[in-house]
Design a protein around this ligand. Structure first.
Ligand SMILES: Nc1ncnc2c1ncn2[C@@H]1O[C@H](COP(=O)(O)OP(=O)(O)O)[C@@H](O)[C@H]1O
Ligand SMILES: Cc1cn([C@H]2C[C@H](O)[C@@H](COP(=O)(O)O)O2)c(=O)[nH]c1=O
Ligand SMILES: [Zn+2]
Length: 211
């Protein structure tokens, strides 16, 4: 029996923006580092809000990370195919991926494969778009995970628990629900795009009543 492979698992951290997903990912990375595990932290290149080579929280915490352009790039890095760069799966205990919603559905087989090879894959990302659609790959990863932590933010209107978020940058009325051409302003919420990247200037956490 291969006990190393048996140690692999997928841990999902999800919820709306501002819920503390990145802080929770950083906490798990810190614990793993203290335990002497070999850790790799990865962010998506689209998230360039505080520099490409960091994972950073809304409260200002940050840790160094490798920036990748997508799942294929991530796979090359982790697999060690690019020997100058990648650690190689055999030398990795924990892979932490932030902003997983930017990686698309291709992230799912990568996470499953790595977990099958003994790696703990911690994935943090949004499970809903700004117009309340299930945001892959998080729903599929949740289905395949050993552990799912869903965090809630604080509603910016009333202070209640917030499981949703809204755009507040003037494009919110253009969300493609009713109007023809509305999608042209904000783009398709299901497709990762630079115009969706943003923070408190662009998005607010909202409860069910105020979404
Ligand atoms: N509406 C809000 N609800 C909760 N926390 C908020 C809110 N706005 C700002 N914050 C701050 O954001 C921090 C969480 O940031 P972060 O871990 O980056 O969240 P996420 O990755 O889920 O977007 C909180 O600890 C708090 O300091
Ligand atoms: C709702 C929503 C958000 N985004 C972007 C906005 C931010 O750049 C990230 C989420 O960051 P956080 O660490 O969870 O606060 O994603 C998006 O691309 N699409 C959306 O629907
Ligand atoms: Zn509210």
């Amino acid at each position: 029996m291969n006990h190393d492979a048996g140690r692999g698992r997928i841990e999902v951290i999800t919820g709306p923006m501002f819920a503390g997903k990145t802080e929770e990912l950083m906490r798990r990375v810190r614990r793993a580092t203290i335990a002497g595990l070999r850790v790799l932290v990865v962010n998506h290149a689209l998230d360039d809000r505080r520099g490409a080579s960091t994972v950073s929280s809304h409260a200002g915490g940050r840790i160094p990370a490798r920036s990748v352009n997508g799942s294929a790039d991530l796979w090359r890095l982790v697999d060690g195919t690019d020997r100058t760069d990648g650690p190689g799966v055999g030398t990795l205990d924990l892979l932490a991926i932030d902003e997983a919603q930017f990686f698309g559905a291709d992230l799912v087989p990568v996470a499953i494969d790595l977990a099958g090879r003994g790696v703990t894959v911690v994935v943090s990302g949004l499970c809903l778009t700004f117009d309340d659609q299930p945001f892959e790959p998080l729903p599929a990863l949740m289905a395949s995970a050993e552990s799912v932590t869903k965090l809630l933010a604080v509603c910016a209107v009333c202070g209640a628990d917030a499981a949703f978020h809204r755009r507040v940058d003037g494009t919110e009325t253009a969300v493609p629900v009713a109007g023809e051409g509305a999608g042209a302003v904000v783009g398709n919420s299901l497709v990762a795009a630079a115009q969706h990247v943003g923070g408190a200037e662009q998005y607010q956490a909202r409860c069910r009543r105020h979404r």
